[in-house]
Design a protein around this ligand. Sequence first.
Ligand SMILES: [Ca+2]
Length: 591
Amino acid sequence: MPTPLPATRSARAAAVLATAAALSLAAMAHDDGHHRGRLPQLSPAVPGALVGTCESLTARLAGLPNTVITAASSVAAGELTLAGVPVPAHCRVTGRTHERVSPVDNKSYAIAFEMRLPVAWNGRFWHQGNGGIDGSVVTASGTFGGGPTTGALLQGFAVLSSDAGHTLAQGGPAFGLDPQARLDYGYQAVGKLTPMAKQLMSVAYGKEPDRSYFGGCSNGGRHTLVAAARYADQYDGFLAGAPGYNLPLAALANIFGAQQYARVATADPSTPPGLETAFTAAERKMVAGAVLGRCDALDGAVDGLIQDTRTCQSRFNLFRDVPTCAGTRDGTCLTQAQKLAIAPIFKGATTSNGERFYAGFPYDSGLGAGGVPFWEFTAPLALDSGAVGVIFKVPPSALALTNGPQFSLTLDIDAALAELYAANSLYSESAMSFMTPPDATDLNDLRRRGAKVMVYHGVSDPIFSVQDTEAWYRGVDHRSGGRAEQFARLYNVPGMGHCSGGPATDQADFITPLVAWVERGKAPAHIVATARGPGNAGGVNAEVPVGWSANRTRPLCPYPSVARYKGRGDIELASSFTCITRDDGHDRHGH
Ligand SMILES: [Ca+2]
């Protein structure tokens, strides 16, 4: 049984019966400075097994409220593989919950889902948050990052995945015209699925999960941090990758970027290749090389990775360190006009009067990587247009549905920013209300009940800024009275792009250390990450530089500490590095 948790939201109703004195003692135990290390310790999950046949679940789940089970079928061991790894035998249940017809667009909506229930269950639930604008039931695997050396399903979790209340087949972002579909995408699908999934597991296994986890990358990372704030009483552990926790602002910032690029494009900026003429592949690689030239050695190892991102930002200067073209652009220089267009994107998107509304992006070694052009030159014309114009803005824009490039390139950024915070009689919640955590940095409910949150973010992520996530972490620390390290970790991944890829060590297992922290109180220090060079079983990352060992390892250090070469030892191995915290100029060892 879980340890009693007097201060949790769910236990508050029961606590009404307790005396006021007992309540205040409980509060002191959690909040008094003398007890900073003594958060409740959640008990470990106890494994279980499926009760009855998988196929019989269709009938046995008929009583789930508001829910239709469409199939339950056995998946034999090895029938599903994840990056070449055979998945153990499990039962796949598919269904729809909260079916309805929209009074606004007259379309049918439901929250479609699948649950994969291992025959040999570890007693845990994993709610998988998916990416993009949701809209499809991605395989419920609970895998993360580059090559999934492991994943929740492989570890024996029962894993849930959903479309968050709409199908892209119905018209991409057009679901944004329906107010309820917006809210389901933002957070309400998670709120509806959670009790349904727990009830489903109690039928399938004869008990509800002992421990529940939530995780995903990108929009899935956003779902995770939203759940950490809104549904802290329902989950014990959270793993957020590249969390777009300010997703509407990030999408608008990316449109701001497209408008900057359009000013210096030499071909039609309303097409991705045309927009890319503003900052070509050769030029991006050249700038990445200039950043490495200034910053690679700061961590003690000239190894193609910049561990000390923060110091790098004060050492590298785009205007000084990148040659200004004297004549024709040939990939070895940028024109002054290009520098003036590109620098504000890295500095952070602003309104017309210079007010910054989204974080800047650090100069890092991965800005020349292969994943960059999709996010910089395709997404603003094809994805951010639909997201901002149809799903987020109040009121939505008809133009965004029919002509994304024109919408984005002519968008009044100031007006759109206001519309991300706007609501009206039809759209009762603004995008910033339904897409972001209600109070993003207040995770005290989560903290007090002994839950934990781990976050990782690529430093070279071109769509969601690692600096935005760092600001979130600092805010969490502040709001918890300087106690973030008791329950939260942020791991930056130098060189990594959005969720994976880039010249980086992008493969790591965060699930095992998260479970050890939640259920055994083993606080994680650094995480060892591996590059996916030639021969990698989980899938080769073509961005790994040829000079690197195929299996290079690095410690991912808990923010704000950063990795530093010890000065001796194999430069390809994590063990040759240590995590240090730069604190008022003094290096403090982090682990
Ligand atoms: Ca280095």
